[in-house]
Design a protein around this ligand. Structure first.
Ligand code: SF4
Ligand code: SF4
Length: 271
C-alpha cells in the first residue's frame, strides 16, 4: 500500500472525483491484511492527532515510538512516516490477523487505498482532483463487484474529513515545493514546522506557556477556541506556519511587547 511508489508495470491512469471503479475489501479475501506490510505511509498532522488519541499517549511519545522522521523531497520540510516493525515482513505495528487494530482512526493513506493522490493541492482537489490506482499485484479487491466513484469512496472511507482538516497544511507543502530549492529554511523554522504539524502537545505549550500570546495580537475568541479544541489549535498552527514561511495571514505582532522583549532578551526567534 505505497502511494508514493505505484507499480511501474501498470501505467498510472489519472482519475477524478467522478471516475468509477469496482473494488471491495473484506476478511474473506486471501490477501486480507497483506497490504499492511512492507509499506511506506507518510502521516499527516490529523493522522497523528487521531492515532495518539486512540493510543491515549502524548504526541511526543507517539512520534518517538511509532514514526520515522524524513525531509520531504523538494521542500526541505520535515515529515514523518509510520515506523514498521522489525519483523521479516516489515509489518505495520497495528496490523493483526483479523484486521487493523486502529481501523476507525487509520491514517489518510490507508483510507485512500486502493487509490493514491496525485496532488496535494486543496485547490486542485476541489476542481475535481487527481487520483490514481495503487493496484498492487497481491490486492484482489479489484475482482469484487462493488462499484464506486472516487468521490463515493472518499466519503465512505472518511478521507474527505481528513483532507478538510489538513487542507491548509497540504497547501503549504504545495507552495513550498514551488520555491527554488536553493532557498533553504533555518533549523529553527524546520523545528517549528515539525512542532506545529505533528507535535500538538508541544505546540500547545509553545502557545500557552511561552511569551507567544504576549507577542502576537490574537483575539480572545480565538484564544479560547484553541485552548478548548485540539483541531482548532492544529489549524491555528497551520496559519501560524503560513505566516512563518510566507509572511502571509492575519498574525500581527504587538510592537510594544516585541520591543520590551528585545530589550530584555534580544531578537524574537522568528525574526
Ligand atoms: S483487497 Fe487489497 S486492500 Fe483489501 S486486504 Fe486485500 S490487498 Fe489489502
Ligand atoms: S494503520 Fe491499519 S490499515 Fe493502515 S497499514 Fe496499519 S494495519 Fe493497515
Amino acid at each position: 500500500m505505497d502511494v508514493l511508489n505505484d507499480n511501474a508495470n501498470i501505467p498510472p491512469v489519472q482519475l477524478t472525483e467522478k471516475s468509477q471503479f469496482k473494488f471491495a475489501c473484506h476478511p474473506g479475501l486471501s490477501c486480507f491484511t497483506r497490504c499492511c506490510r512492507g509499506i511506506n505511509i507518510t502521516l499527516t498532522p490529523y493522522d497523528i492527532i487521531r492515532l495518539k488519541n486512540r493510543m491515549q499517549i502524548p504526541s511526543d511519545e507517539f512520534l518517538a515510538v511509532y514514526t520515522v522522521p524524513h525531509l520531504l523531497e523538494k521542500t526541505d520540510l520535515p515529515v514523518v512516516t509510520l515506523r514498521m516493525l522489525d519483523d521479516e515482513q516489515k509489518s505495520c505495528p497495528f496490523v493483526r490477523d483479523d484486521g487493523c487494530l486502529v481501523y476507525s482512526d487509520r491514517p489518510t493513506t490507508c483510507r485512500y487505498y486502493p487509490l493514491g493522490v496525485g496532488t496535494l493541492s486543496n485547490k486542485e482537489q476541489q476542481a475535481g482532483g487527481f487520483y490514481f490506482f495503487v493496484q498492487e499485484p497481491h490486492c484482489l479487491g479489484f475482482e469484487e463487484d462493488r462499484e464506486w466513484t472516487v468521490a463515493e469512496w472518499r466519503k465512505d472511507q472518511g478521507v474527505d474529513v481528513y483532507d478538510a482538516v489538513n487542507a491548509e497544511w497540504t497547501d503549504l507543502i504545495v507552495r513550498k515545493r514551488s520555491i527554488p530549492s536553493n532557498i533553504r529554511l533555518t533549523e529553527k523554522t524546520k523545528n517549528m514546522f515539525f512542532t506545529a504539524s505533528y507535535d500538538i502537545d508541544r505546540f500547545r505549550r509553545f502557545v500557552f506557556e511561552s511569551s507567544f500570546l504576549d507577542l502576537y495580537n490574537i483575539d480572545k475568541q480565538t484564544v479560547e477556541k484553541i485552548r478548548e479544541d485540539e483541531i482548532a489549535l492544529l489549524q491555528f498552527g497551520f496559519r501560524w506556519l503560513k505566516w512563518l514561511l510566507f509572511k502571509e495571514g492575519d498574525f500581527q505582532m504587538d510592537e510594544a511587547a516585541v520591543k520590551a522583549r528585545q530589550e530584555k532578551m534580544g531578537p524574537h526567534p522568528s525574526a
